[in-house]
Design a protein around this ligand. Structure first.
Ligand SMILES: Cc1ncc(COP(=O)(O)O)c(C=O)c1O
Length: 388
């Protein structure tokens, strides 16, 4: 059975491989003996190798030692966890916040607390796997609406009324490289008694004047977005995820959130370093400005080369549709051999026949690097145009 599945995965060009990075500095990485420019990391603001954050990590080890050695409700909750939660609630302008061990676990814990067998969940069709798995685990009735289509969401809400309704979306869709029409979703949800959950994995750090994410960018309140998930593995270059909202919600997560309760808490030294990352991100205005300029440069340069990018939204994730999985792998390999690491996104991560190259921009990239990358993609594009 497994042999057949594995063979099929290979035959359909869907095989996944890992590459071991042996060293990195900023967005430059070393794999075997090759030096590459990393165009597929979510370290949008260069926090992963920031000297102050790395120093804080070492300091955290001196203060707390290595692991937390227990779950949060036993003895794994340290001062660092408490300070980070308090500072995050303040940063996001929300009543309360709680630190989960990852975005995946936050989504599982949050959705299973907010919805159960008698609830109905409406989710964007292209929501992240962690949200889909959480919805399945909740055992709620589930309806998907077309990607970013508020009229379709509205018709779903009209059609399938329920006493407990939860609407689930991401802010920035990481595989599409586009942004949810969140203000319209909020307006639509406000006419019902539904709860809105937003996963801001790729908005945190990048969107909003101070990098607090989509809610800051659109001035959305806790009343409008009662459940906000802010994963820390992307622009924060850390690990874990903050869930924020009312005191009542956060208390309920601490009492009933199984993925919060039944797992060892994050190492306090890591959390200590994340507090420093938060200070840096709040003040990283010029890094955000530089990143925004690079994004504009990328979009304009792609247009000049007739490379059709998926959404042209001003966000650090840009997706180039290739469709065929075999071709997307060929393009990835070509770029790798020329010194660029990009991701080849294929099913089941995205729907069949929508394989794509995903490029993640970082404020430390240069216009020259982007130009060289796009020239190579344009060359490939031209030689395969008829087939794409
Ligand atoms: C939208 C979204 N939600 C959740 C996650 C999961 O976060 P984590 O990697 O912290 O588990 C990711 C990242 O993979 C993501 O892109």
């Amino acid at each position: 059975m497994l042999m057949t599945q594995l063979k099929e995965r290979k035959d359909l060009h869907l095989w996944r491989d890992r590459v071991a990075i042996s060293a990195r500095s900023g967005n430059k990485i070393k794999i075997n003996d090759s030096l590459l420019i990393n165009f597929c990391s979510s370290d949008y603001l260069g926090i992963a190798t920031d000297s102050e954050v790395c120093q804080a990590f070492k300091e955290g080890i001196d203060i707390y030692g290595f692991g937390s050695t227990s779950s949060a409700l036993i003895s794994g909750y340290y001062k660092a966890h408490q300070v980070l939660e308090e500072q995050f609630a303040d940063f996001l302008g929300r009543e309360s916040a709680i630190l989960f061990n990852s975005g995946y676990l936050a989504n599982l814990g949050l959705i299973t607390v907010l919805a159960g067998r008698n609830s109905t969940i409406f989710s964007d069709k292209l929501c992240h796997a962690s949200l889909i798995d959480a919805i399945k685990l909740s055992a709620a009735k589930h309806w998907r609406y077309k990607h970013n289509d508020v009229a379709h969401l509205q018709s779903r809400l009209n059609q399938f009324d329920s006493a407990n309704k939860l609407i689930v979306t991401e802010s920035i869709f990481s595989m599409e490289g586009d942004i949810a029409p969140l203000q319209n979703i909020v307006d639509c949800v406000q006419q019902t008694n539904a709860t809105l959950l937003v996963d801001d994995a790729h908005g945190l750090g990048v969107l909003g004047k101070n990098g607090a994410g989509i809610c800051e960018a659109l001035a959305l309140t806790t009343k409008q977005v009662p459940a906000l998930v802010s994963p820390l593995g992307k622009a924060f270059a850390s690990f874990g995820a903050i869930v924020s909202g009312s005191k009542e919600l956060i208390t309920a997560l601490m009492q009933f959130g199984r993925t919060y309760i039944y797992t060892t808490a994050l190492p306090p030294a890591l959390v200590h370093a994340t507090i420093t990352a938060l200070q840096i991100i709040k003040n990283a205005h010029w890094r955000r400005e530089k990143l925004a300029k690079l994004i504009q440069f990328f979009i304009k340069s792609a247009q000049q080369r007739n490379i059709s990018i998926r959404s042209e939204c001003a966000i650090p994730i840009q997706s180039i549709m290739i469709k065929s999985s075999a071709k997307v792998l060929a393009l990835q390999k070509l770029l790798y051999n020329k010194g660029f690491l990009v991701s080849a996104i294929r099913p089941p991560t995205v729907p069949v026949n929508t394989s794509r190259i995903r490029i993640s921009l970082n404020y430390e990239h240069t216009e020259n690097q982007i130009t060289d990358l796009l020239d190579l993609i344009a060359e490939f594009y031209e030689s395969h145009t008829r087939l794409l």
